[in-house]
Design a protein around this ligand. Structure first.
Ligand SMILES: Nc1ncnc2c1ncn2[C@@H]1O[C@H](COP(=O)(O)OP(=O)(O)OP(=O)(O)O)[C@@H](O)[C@H]1O
Ligand SMILES: CC(C)(CO)[C@@H](O)C(=O)[O-]
Ligand code: BAL
Length: 283
């Protein structure tokens, strides 16, 4: 595996990997890798001749009171894991390489960015869209893979790539990968390591409350009281607050007040202590 930290080194490495029509898949990450990330890598390997992974803790997607400084950074361990998976290229730029002096451009996606995590984390999706646009232009992958755990992020990236004509020639496909979960149902996330053992046990109530709510909706319960009961379940289980608990159209993320037959998604963000967890499931 080649590890590159400058755009110049990256250009040479990408040219080599793309020679003779060989295909390249990109898996963007913020590091602190777990089985969720490795599942994206394995899926990428099955779909392209070679795989590039980026590790960049992007400061512009963190709010002023969020966990940018605390976010886990484990480059040596991450690099060993990726090497073992047969990744060809690790793109690990520093902040000054990604945003050199004088950097002034922002990508902002309307509509799908605005509710849910966009409302709870102002500016977050501008930071995500901007850095992912840059990653697509830098790596020029044939395919990019993202986890469905970050469902709204995936919708924002698909919108951005279509609107900015990145889908061809740069990224010919954006592939969503189903959420990888622990045995008790908790979605794997780098932020799970902030949880104390007691909080980690309580955290399993998030997927449980969501499965209960989905069962209630399918058996005819109305949306608003079902969501209210789910929120009460989470607070009872020790969650400090619920940022949102929403039934939404799976593609547009417009909130729904009833099941209409179109694909719907239950999306939740809730806090245990200072840790914010998100999850979503098909309804
Ligand atoms: N449990 C998971 N299953 C599938 N994909 C995942 C999972 N967790 C993260 N991913 C995906 O991995 C990519 C990189 O995510 P990131 O590095 O932010 O990890 P994370 O575990 O989501 O961290 P965070 O705690 O910041 O949410 C994203 O496309 C994300 O959706
Ligand atoms: C897509 C991403 C790598 C952009 O920084 C990040 O938001 C993430 O890890 O999900
Ligand atoms: N996994 C999404 C990145 C973030 O929460 O900033």
């Amino acid at each position: 595996m080649q590890t590159v930290t400058t755009r110049e080194m990256l250009r040479t490495a990408v040219d080599g990997l793309r020679a003779e029509g060989r295909t390249l898949a990109l898996v963007p990450t913020m590091g602190a890798l777990h089985e969720g990330h490795l599942t994206l890598v394995r899926e990428a390997k099955s779909r392209a001749d070679s795989v590039a992974v980026s590790i960049f803790v992007n400061p512009t997607q963190f709010g002023p009171n969020e966990d940018l400084d605390a976010y886990p950074r484990r480059m040596a361990e991450d690099s060993a894991l990726l090497e073992k998976e047969g990744v060809a290229l690790l793109w690990a730029p520093g902040v000054a390489e990604m945003y050199p002096d004088g950097y002034a451009t922002n990508v902002s996606v309307s509509g799908v960015s605005e509710g849910l995590c966009g409302a709870a984390r102002p500016g977050h999706f501008d930071g995500v869209a901007t850095v992912v646009c840059k990653l697509f232009n830098q790596v020029r992958p044939d395919l990019a893979l993202f986890g469905e755990k970050d469902w709204q992020q995936l919708a924002v990236i698909r919108r951005m790539a279509a609107d900015l004509d990145l889908v061809r020639p740069h990224v010919s496909a954006i592939h969503g990968v189903p959420t990888v979960r622990e045995a008790d149902g908790l979605a794997l996330s780098s932020r799970n390591q902030y949880l104390s053992p007691e909080q980690r046990q309580q955290a399993a109530e998030l997927p449980q409350a969501m499965r209960d709510a989905i069962a209630a909706l399918h058996s005819g319960s109305a949306v608003a009281p079902t969501l209210a009961a789910m929120e009460a379940h989470l607070l009872q289980a020790g969650f400090a607050s619920v940022d949102y608990a929403t039934l939404a159209d799976a593609a547009s993320l417009v909130p729904l007040d009833s099941l209409s037959g179109a694909p719907a998604r239950l999306l939740v963000a809730a806090r245990i202590g200072g840790t914010r967890l998100i999850d979503n499931m098909a309804v």
